[in-house]
Every structure is written in structure tokens, then in C-alpha cells.
Design a protein around this ligand. Sequence first.
Ligand code: ATP
Ligand code: MG
Length: 556
Amino acid sequence: AGGANSAAARLALRRSLGPAAPLRRYGLLREHGEAAVELAQELIPAPGVLDFLLGWGGDVGLLGHDPGEVAPPEPRVLSPYLSSAPLTRLGRALGSGDLDLAGLWGCPPDGQLDAVQALARSAGAPLRTLTADPEADLRTAAVLGAVLWIPTDDLHGEPRRPTTDAVTAALLRSRVPVCLTGLKPWRPAGLLAARAYAELTVPVPGFTDRRAMWSAALPDLNGTLLEDLAVRYRMSGGELRAVAAVADAGARLAGNGHPEPVAAHVEPAIATVTRGRGGGAVHSITPRRTVADLVLPDVQFRQILEIASAFRAWPRIAESWGFARRSGHGGVKALFTGEPGTGKTMSAEIVTGMLGLELLKVDLAQVVSKWVGETEKNMETAFRQAEESHAVLLFDEADALFGKRGEVKHGTDRYANLEVGYLLQRLEASDGLVILTSNLKDNIDPAFTRRFHFVVHFPRPAAAERRRLWRLAFPEEAPLAPDVDVDALARLDMTGAAIAAAARTAALAAADGGGDTIAMRHVVRGVARQFQREARLLRPAELGPHAHLLDNASQG
Ligand SMILES: Nc1ncnc2c1ncn2[C@@H]1O[C@H](COP(=O)(O)OP(=O)(O)OP(=O)(O)O)[C@@H](O)[C@H]1O
Ligand SMILES: [Mg+2]
């Protein structure tokens, strides 16, 4: 620092080398050793800076980086929060000093940046965010006249983040304007008492906003597609823009110099950005079968189709017809009941496939814990995972969860009841598509069924359905011998699952016997095996003219 003569020049130099100066914030100059006072602090250039200055190249992006900096919103990015009147009012109050602590709650992490950027813009202040050292962050924000943004969702228990105690302690002593954001409110009483606090519930962008955001992010898409995306995916903010960027890159890459239309690259980009978040008790299933594979009586078949169309229609109805205000929550919830093997799980898969979404199946055995409170935590995680992936959530074989409520027999049952209460509440709060399946029919509490928009009972298939099930059970390529008598087979009382299993056994028997066709005797053997598996008696007379094949089947 030699050469600075006047006091003013020395002061200016100190300011440009001080801890909040850009050179220090961006890490271009770093502290070397420890000094008792800032004035005695030795500073050295960061690795690569000299090389860069000498013209030897280097990555500018790696040279300088201010971990606390939050850029203002980009002009071409659409954020519904920029035009939100309550947010603007809150921002102005933060800017004028009427407030120095604001809470923005209810918005998932993905949209919090948009919300807080809008707030800072109305405050007329730059925005900074929390790094590892809250006190240093507050000092820097004070020097820069910035609003400090503290996302609170991951303050609790994230190892690399400062603890809530450290943050609260620092905030208690500071007067820097601060904005807290979180899905759930975080309101330490001492803090609210010490500061001038106000808060807002920041809604997740609705259908209309999402449609506009998709349109801004991917202007080449046509209106129908934009609407479809806004209906099916409740994503907004950073996630939506990530999809747009990945889709754009995909289109450029595939076009080999001449960008392809981006439309075909949107769904794969969504999969890239949002999927595969399963794990723990949640498993991802990719739907393979379609309605063409599903055999149900007309009434139930129509109900299955209706679930998909209700899910598509809801976001529009909710907003344009005002139903969202009435019910508070969106989403579609369906309960499938019926005997084992009647197609409940398969139907969940098919509905998901119709919507082009991912199916996340919850493993209840893993969710239900003997520890009080753990089950709810696990369920919450499952709901979150599905919401973050914009997936359909399936609680398969959920019987364990809902006997009659209120019937407390043993100590453990009490917990089971608590869990149902929680599940019902959480179900209502979810705005996705949630499907539960159960084998119980009469034993379900009406308090439970009331919460579902659709309750579909899957009957055992009648002869007409069984005939179609038998036809579908053999793939088109399967070499079926002419003697296979579907009408005779359809007279046997079997479920879809039993028919599918019998057909597989028949094919295996045919292949095993070295033949090149699947004959009636193989199918009868498959049926016999299936009856054995179910511990049911198959009387030869039930097979009519094919009774003699049963003797052969049971002999070998
Ligand atoms: N209604 C149906 N239409 C077409 N195939 C069916 C039907 N029901 C069952 N199947 C066949 O049986 C298989 C098993 O059915 P699925 O797992 O959906 O039954 P489920 O009702 O969920 O039974 P569980 O209560 O035992 O879980 C399906 O993958 C399908 O091959
Ligand atoms: Mg099932």
C-alpha cells in the first residue's frame, strides 16, 4: 500500500481492500496468516489471479466468486412475484426501515429465490444470502446496504450450514434488513420481539402464472403444449427454468447445427431435472402398460379414465372457477379397493401413464415405524419426494393404515390411529395425484372414504371380462395352438392376476416340453397350478370338454 500520500487516498485504499470490498468478497485477495487488527492484515492474490493478470490464461469463473451474492432477477425471466402487491408493500417497508425482518412462508425452495428477489427489488436494495458465517454476512450486508436473505428450510440439521442458534444470535444484535424464507414458518419468539417483523404467505404460482412462466422460458412452444405443461407439472421458478435450459440444449444437440423444435425435448428435460428422486421408502415405477391392457366393467373403466381427466382439469377449474378459494387445496385423491389380483396396482400405473408422469410407490413396511413420530416423518418425506418430482404418489396395499378409526385395542393401535389422522391431513394438503389401494372393502371408515374424490371398487372379473383377460394374457407373438379354448377357460372363476400367472406357467410348460406351440393341455396345467397356489380345488367338470387334460396335468 505504498504511494498513498494523502489521508483521503489512504482511506480510499483501505476501503477498497477491506473485508467488504469487491476484491475481498470475490476472493481475488485473500487473508494471509492471522493479524490482530484488520489494518495489519496481510493480503495475497488468490491462486490463478497473477497468471490471469499476466495474460497466461485461466478460468475467470473460477477466479472470483462471492458466495453471498444473489443477482437481481434477469429481465427475460418471468416471475409472478414481481407484480405481487403484498410483496411489493412488504419490500417497500423493508427498504424504508419500517420493518427490518420479513418472513416469506409457504413457498417451496425452488420458488423462494423469485419471491425474495421481488422483495429486494421493491426494497431498492441489493440482495445477499447466508454463507457459513452469519456475522460476516451481516457486516457485509450492512456495508453494501443489502437485504440479507436467509432460507430457513435447511438451517435445521444441515451440517455445512450455520445452526439456528448461531443465526438467531447474530440477528438479535444486528439491524440489517433480513428476509427469511421457508416452506414452513420459522419464528423464534425472541427474534420477533427484538425486531420489527412482518410476514406473508407466498403462494406457489398457480396454473395461470405457470403457463406464463413456461411461455417466457420456452417461447417457441405452442399454446396447447404450454397449457398441458402448466396443468401436469406444478413446477415453477428455478426448476422450470432448468427444464427450459436442458430442453434447449437437447434441441441444439439433436439438431446437429440446425436446432430441432424444442417441443420434443421438453418431457425428457423434465425427467432429467425432476426424476429419480426416489429412495428411502419410495420407489419409482415407469408406467409401461396402457388402457388397452386394462379389463374392467364399463363403470370402473370410465372411473379410471375420469381420474386422469380430473387431474388435468383441476388446475384450470380451481383458478378460473374459483374452486381453489373454496377448498384451499388442489389435487386429486383416489382410493382403489378390491380383492388381490383385480388390477388395482396396474390401474394406478395406467392412470400415471395417461398423464405422462412418474409413479412413486411408497413401501409402507418401510414407512411405518415402531417409534412414535417416525412414521409421520417418513410419510412426510414420501409426500415431499412426490411433490418435488411432480409424480403420482401410490400407497400400495395401504390396509395396514386404516382399520376403523377410534377402535383402540392395544397400545400400538393408538399409534396406528395417530398415523391415519396424519395421513388424512397430509392427503388433503397435497395438491398432486395420490392413489391408495386396499384389499379391504367393508372395513373402511367413512371418515376415510370421504376424503377421496374417487373411490373405485374393483370387482372379481365376470365371464365377459375373463374372456378378454385370457386373450390379453398371451402376447400377440406367442404361438398359441388352435385347440386353446378361451370360452372354456373364461368359465373358470379367476382374477386377472391369476389368469396372467396361469398363462405364464402355460408358456413355460410348453417351452419346457420342447414343443413350439402353447396348447390347451399346457394352459390347463397352468390353471391347475394357479388353483393349487390359491389353495382352491379345480374340479375336472369345470373344464367341460377338456376335463381329461386335467388328469394329465396333475400327473405331470
Ligand atoms: N383388470 C385387469 N385387467 C388386466 N390385467 C389385469 C387385471 N387385473 C389383474 N391383471 C393382471 O394381473 C397382474 C396383477 O394385478 P395387480 O397387481 O394390478 O392387482 P392388484 O389388484 O393390485 O392386487 P393386490 O391387491 O394383490 O396388490 C397385472 O399386472 C395384470 O397383468
Ligand atoms: Mg397391488
